[in-house]
Design a protein around this ligand. Structure first.
Ligand code: ADP
Ligand code: MG
Ligand code: MG
Length: 883
């Protein structure tokens, strides 16, 4: 097998389709070279080598040496320079690159190939000694950090001291001689800390760096990132070795990063930052404040040094042309790295740019309208989960704001929470259920777990493309970066800004859309659902087959759901309705009654209340189906538990305390989840379901009479295991319907069906469908009963189960397609065999999970039902599943 693939100088052994083999960076470098964009020549060692490297105990096979030598020869031939040649040396970068980008995770070494001899050659060949020594000191610093894993603090300190000694503030002020002295200092540091002199053999340097890139695949921070992003550990990373181009060759040289459209709002405008006389890392590291790319962006932000458009108009024009070329070629917004060496533009990276949900929507809709992609592609491009960011509240513009300071609007959305100053505290507090805002001077990959735990991120340093900004956008966390007036003292856990202080635990609000940072909590408002959002949803609705309903049980939830596009209610639970105020007394009276007559007296009192509940819901949902689930939980849930409650309840219910306690003891169950609940209540006390059914039909007729539009009640019997249970309950419901229709002299359409939430019901679905007119898969209970895992107790061990690969994902979040899914598809099949027109839906938590929705599409369910806020997510996921 071949492990080395060349690019540049008219050669491309790979292309953009080879991401699995070459990693994203390598595949796209080859692709850019193949369309004649200016790419420094290089080669990629494939991900297959990474896998083999680990299989063979972190060693390289001998055959790789010859292949790498060929790769180097390719670069030498294109550049006309020789690796290790003291007169005019070839320098390379060694860059990692996995299949998907893992920002900041893997380490890169620049300027490799410098040693005490070649640095002189570089100085002579370039005619710029300062540049040569600057490159050498950068190289030693990076190599010591990334490959030798020495403490980088010591090197930074030496650099600071060198600047301070001469009264400088910027690295660029150091002269060639200053830098030469610094290099000597660095080499001493390496010798002292590593115990050996800095490697002078350029081939040793190369193999050391290649090994370090492969080694970083198994670093702790890479593992954390993979875990958070579901990236398999066996993918491996590729290594790219590429001729260096130099942005640090004086004022006609520069380096920068850019997006072909605004990654935050999605506007069609080039967007980026660059630095004159600098190397790649400087832009992201926040060493100097980067300059804007375009004049418009600079003007909008106010006074800052000249933009690239102004400072280097010719190169800028060339760059803009490349942006357009890349967008049409890749048919997507690109995230780009470039370097200008003495006026010549070089492209160093391109990839599909990460973007906020808002930008993803706008870009997808715009590109479809521009004709760059089809509408179906636009639908497929927006990740359904990402819509979550748009569906949540933003700051109320009219609310009072105590603005502390302002930074850059790095990732949109608003968040309030307690200030914390380190990632570990953020994680701990969040685990205790606290909302936290993470404050850091700047973030690094070590902070990722804390950023994940935080509701929002605030940094004092770093631009729109800083680590904090990129990671926050990827995670969908609001972020304000580069709030320069904020002085953060992480050790003392205190931030100071214009004479005020923020201490750990103080409540802060950040607005990632404006960059504002506020003291205290600021009121929020609901999101706007028109515009691009409305357009994409309309397109999605045009292609999806699955209907989308909501799990809703209050008129407010129903309103929200309908506004979000729900086409009915898939699950209206009725138990919460029994807890309200005075009703609980009647409920308790019913439970305590000695016989049916006693129960009926209490149920009489509940009937008007229950009818009012349904009337309010049916009014909102007029014209649409509403699935009402009859009473489900074990009755003892309604009884008091605390000693002091008993007396209060006893007198309100008109019984003695002792009687109440005796009844409560009678109702006690060892395993209430599998106890006297669901239709078992209806079997033993049919009058309860009779009252509920009556309330449903009376309400439906009331609404039909008042508004002319009847809802379509679907009466759902929970926890059925056998056909006989459903037969009995259907008889009760039908009798109630007939009674009400007779009394009112009018009818409404209705269905009676069941939840499929027990394995027996799934297996006997063929028989149950003889009676049931619809099935709704209650996948929460079905998962619980199929796996034999209590969802209330699963938290203790499910984490370990997912970590060890027993279940790919939490089966209560994403449907266990193999196991529970097989029961669902079997029940659907058997149900349809009996009753071809049977209506099939899903109403568990899974109804809002895109992967589970794709499964529902594949088994041909009629609808999914999700919580109101997830309705748009489900609409989009259903459309994607249908594409
Ligand atoms: P990351 O994945 O962390 O961005 P990269 O491999 O892209 O790491 O490199 C880090 C920085 O070094 C980037 O700014 C990149 O543009 C720059 N860089 C990489 N290779 C070269 C090169 N051959 N010449 C000049 N700059 C380079
Ligand atoms: Mg990069
Ligand atoms: Mg259930």
């Amino acid at each position: 097998t071949r492990y080395v693939y060349r690019f540049g100088g008219g050669v491309s052994d790979g292309g953009k389709g080879d991401k699995n083999l070459l990693g994203g960076k390598g595949a796209n470098l080859a692709e850019m070279a193949s369309i004649d964009l200016p790419v420094p020549p290089g080669f990629t060692i494939s991900t297959a080598m990474c896998t083999r490297y680990y299989e063979e105990g972190e060693k390289f096979p001998d055959s790789l040496r010859a292949e790498v030598a060929n790769g180097i020869a390719h670069i030498e031939q294109v550049t006309g320079k020789t690796f290790g040649n003291a007169a005019d040396p070839l320098l390379v970068s060694v860059r990692s690159g996995a299949r998907v980008s893992m920002p900041g995770m893997m380490d890169t070494v620049l300027n490799l190939g410098l040693n005490d001899a070649t640095v002189e050659g570089l100085a002579a060949a370039s005619g710029d000694a300062r540049f040569a020594w600057d490159s050498y000191r950068r190289f030693i610093q990076m190599y010591a950090d990334v490959v030798l894993e020495l403490d980088h603090g010591a090197f930074e300190e030496a650099l600071e001291v060198a600047k301070e000694d001469r009264g400088f503030t910027l690295d660029t002020e150091l002269s060639a001689d200053d830098l030469r002295a610094l290099v000597a200092e660095y080499k001493k540091l390496v010798a002292a800390e590593w115990g050996k002199p800095f490697p002078q053999d350029v081939h040793d340097q190369l193999w050391g760096a290649v090994g370090a890139v492969f080694g970083s695949w198994q670093s702790e921070r890479a593992k954390v990132y993979r875990r958070l992003n579901d990236i398999p550990g066996d993918w491996g990373t590729a290594v790219n070795v590429q001729a260096m181009v130099f942005g640090n060759m004086g004022d006609t040289s520069a380096t920068g990063v850019a997006f072909t459209r605004d990654p935050s709002k999605g506007d069609r405008a080039y967007y980026g930052e660059f630095l004159i006389n600098a190397q790649g890392e400087d832009v992201v590291a926040g060493i100097r404040t980067p300059q804007y790319l375009t004049r418009a962006a600079r003007e909008e932000a106010g006074a800052r040094p000249a933009s690239m458009e102004e400072a280097m108009p010719e190169v800028y024009a060339e760059l803009a042309a490349v942006f357009d070329r890349l967008e049409t070629h890749y048919r997507d917004m690109q995230d780009i790295e470039f370097t200008v060496e003495r006026g010549k533009l070089w492209m160093l990276q391109t990839r599909s740019g990460k973007r906020t949900a808002k930008a993803a929507l706008k870009i997808a809709v715009d590109m479809a309208n521009e004709g760059l992609i089809t509408r179906d592609e636009a639908i497929a491009r927006v990740e359904p989960q990402a819509l979550d960011q748009l569906l949540h509240p933003t700051l109320d513009p009219n609310a009072h704001r105590d603005v502390l300071t302002k930074g850059l609007p790095a990732s949109p959305g608003a968040a309030s929470g307690a200030a914390v100053f380190d990632a570990d505290t953020a994680e701990r507090w969040a685990a205790d259920g606290k909302a936290v805002i993470l404050l850091r001077t700047e973030t690094s990959p070590e902070d990722i777990h804390g950023m994940h735990a935080a509701k929002g991120i605030l940094t004092a340093r770093g631009g729109m493309t800083s680590h904090a900004a990129v990671v926050a956008r990827g995670m969908g966390r609001p972020c304000v970066s580069g709030a320069g007036t904020l002085a953060i003292d992480a050790r003392a856990k205190i931030a100071r800004v214009s004479g005020r202080e923020v201490r750990e635990g103080d409540t802060l609000t950040i607005d990632g859309s404006t960059g504002e940072v506020m003291m205290g909590e600021v009121a929020t408002i609901q999101p706007e659902l028109a515009g691009d959002f409305g357009t994409l949803m309309e397109w999605a609705d045009g292609v999806r087959r699955l209907k989308v309903r909501a799990n809703a049980e209050t008129p407010l939830d129903c309103r929200t759901a309908r506004d979000f596009g729900a086409e009915g209610v898939g699950l209206c639970r009725t138990e919460h309705m029994f807890f309200d105020g005075a009703r609980i007394t009647a409920v308790r009276q019913m439970i305590l009654a000695e016989d049916e007559a006693g129960r009926r007296v209490a149920l009489e009192k509940l009937l008007p209340e229950q009818r009012a509940d349904f009337t309010a819901i049916f009014e909102v949902m007029a014209g649409l189906p509403v699935t009402v689930r009859l009473l489900d939980p074990p009755l003892h849930e309604f009884l008091p538990h605390e000693e002091n409650e008993f007396a209060e309840v006893a007198s309100a219910a008109g019984v003695g305390v002792e009687q109440l306690k005796r009844r409560a003891a009678e109702l006690h169950e060892f395993n209430p989840m599998l106890g006297h609940r669901g239709c078992r209540l209806g079997v033993t006390y049919p009058e309860i379901y009779e009252m509920q059914a009556r309330a449903i039909f009376e309400a439906a007729i009331d609404v039909a009479e008042r508004s002319g539009e009847a809802p379509i009640p679907e009466v759902m019997i929970p926890l059925v295991a056998t056909k006989r249970e459903l037969d009995l309950m259907k008889t009760v419901v039908d009798a109630a319907a007939q009674a009400v229709f007779g009394e009112r002299g009018r009818t409404v359409d209705y269905l009676v069906g069941t939840m499929i939430e027990l394995p027996r019901a799934a297996l006997k679905a063929g028989e149950i469908a003889e009676t049931g007119e619809f099935f709704s898969f209650g996948t929460n209970d079905l998962t619980q009963t199929t796996l034999g895992v209590s969802r209330d107790d699963a938290a203790r061990f499910l984490g370990a189960y997912v970590e060890k690969g027993i279940y790919a994902k939490d089966p209560f979040v994403s449907l266990d397609v193999e196991g529970v899914g097989e029961l669902v598809s079997l029940a659907a099949e058997r149900g349809r065999a009996t009753r071809p027109a049977i209506k099939l839906g899903i109403c568990g938590e899974h109804g809002g999970d895109p992967a589970s929705i794709a499964f529902c599409e594949s088994v041909g369910l009629d609808y999914v039902s999700a919580s109101p806020y997830r309705v748009p997510i489900a609409r989009l996921a259903a459309a994607q599943a249908a594409l």
